[in-house]
Ligand binder design. Structure first.
Ligand code: BTN
Length: 264
C-alpha cells in the first residue's frame, strides 16, 4: 500500500499526470525515458516509494529509504518557455522552493542553499536537486528532488552520517510525505512564472539563503581549482567568487570549504 495520496497530489498541485512506482531505479531516469514520448501530458510527476539507484550530480549516488521523498517532474515550454542554458536558474528556483517550504515546516531552523543544488538544514544536507535536459527535447526539463523527510541518517552509509540530516532529525516529529510533496510542488509552481518573467527578483530571494556567502570557497571541476571568497549567487545562477583576478562567475563545479575541511 502506497504512503502517497495520488488523487490529492493531482487535485492540489499543477501536476497533470502521475507515474507512480513502489520501487524504481531512478525517478530521473524514468522521467528522461518518458520524455521521449510524443503524447506527454505535462507537468508529469514520477514518484517512487523506494528508489534503489538514485543519481546525484557528477555521477554520485543518491542514497534514500522509504521514508524519504524521491521524485522528478517534467515541465516543458507550456509551463516554462526557457532555453536549456537557464538550467542553473531552474535548479536554484527549485532549491528556493524547497527552502521556503522547509522554513515554513520548521520555524526557527537554519535553512540554506548550498550552490548549486543542495538544501541544508542546520548546516547538513537535507535535499539534493538534479535538473536535466533530455537529449533532443531542448524545451523540456526533468527536475529531480530527493528530500530526507522521516528517515533516520543512522541507517545511512557512514560518509553521509556526518554531513546529512532529515526533517525528522531536526523537527523531532514525523511529516506526512504527501503533505510535504504537495507543499514543494505548489511552491515551485508559484516560483516558476517569476523565473520566466523576472529572474533578478527571484535572485533577491535565493541570495539570503546562500550558505557560502562571505566564506572562503574552493571550486573544483573546471580546468583548474579556484579559491575565493563567495560573494553570493547572481541572477543567472552563477556562483560569484572574489579571487585574485577580481569577482569571477562560475556555472559549474563542486564546492568545498577548505577552512573547515568540508566537501560538497
Ligand atoms: C545531488 O545531490 O547531487 C542531487 C541528488 C538528486 C537526487 C534526486 S532523488 C529523485 C531524483 N532521481 C534521481 O535519480 N535523482 C534525483
Amino acid at each position: 500500500m502506497t504512503a502517497f495520496d495520488l488523487q490529492r497530489i493531482k487535485a492540489e498541485t499543477f501536476v497533470q499526470s502521475v507515474d507512480f512506482h513502489e520501487e524504481l531505479g531512478s525517478t530521473n531516469d524514468r522521467a528522461l525515458e518518458l520524455s521521449r514520448r510524443g503524447d506527454l501530458v505535462t507537468p508529469l510527476l514520477v514518484l517512487a516509494n523506494r528508489q534503489n539507484a538514485g543519481r546525484g550530480r557528477g555521477g554520485h549516488r543518491w542514497w534514500s529509504t522509504d521514508e524519504a521523498l524521491t521524485f522528478s517532474f517534467i515541465i516543458d515550454s507550456q509551463q516554462a518557455p526557457l532555453p536549456p542554458a537557464r538550467r542553473p536558474q531552474l535548479s536554484l528556483t527549485a532549491g528556493l522552493a524547497v527552502c521556503e517550504v522547509l522554513a515554513g515546516l520548521l520555524p526557527g531552523a537554519a535553512v540554506g542553499l548550498k550552490w548549486p543544488n543542495d538544501v541544508h538544514l542546520e548546516s547538513r544536507k537535507v535535499c539534493g536537486i538534479l535538473v536535466e535536459v533530455p537529449p533532443h527535447r531542448e524545451d523540456t526539463f526533468v527536475i529531480g528532488i530527493g528530500v530526507n523527510v522521516n528517515n533516520l541518517l543512522t541507517d545511512a552509509p557512514e560518509e553521509l552520517r556526518a554531513t546529512a540530516t532529515s526533517l525528522f532529525e531536526i523537527g523531532r516529529r514525523t511529516f506526512g510525505l504527501t503533505d510535504v510533496l504537495i507543499r514543494l510542488l505548489r511552491q515551485f509552481a508559484e516560483e516558476l512564472p517569476r523565473l520566466v518573467q523576472n529572474p533578478s527578483r527571484l535572485a533577491d530571494r535565493w541570495q539570503p539563503y546562500c550558505v557560502l556567502t562571505g566564506r572562503l570557497v574552493r571550486l573544483d571541476g573546471g580546468r583548474r581549482p579556484v579559491t575565493g571568497i563567495c560573494q553570493g549567487i547572481d541572477a543567472d545562477g552563477a556562483l560569484l567568487l572574489e579571487t585574485e583576478a577580481g569577482v569571477e562567475r562560475f556555472f559549474g563545479g563542486t564546492v568545498s570549504l577548505p577552512a573547515e575541511g568540508e566537501g560538497g
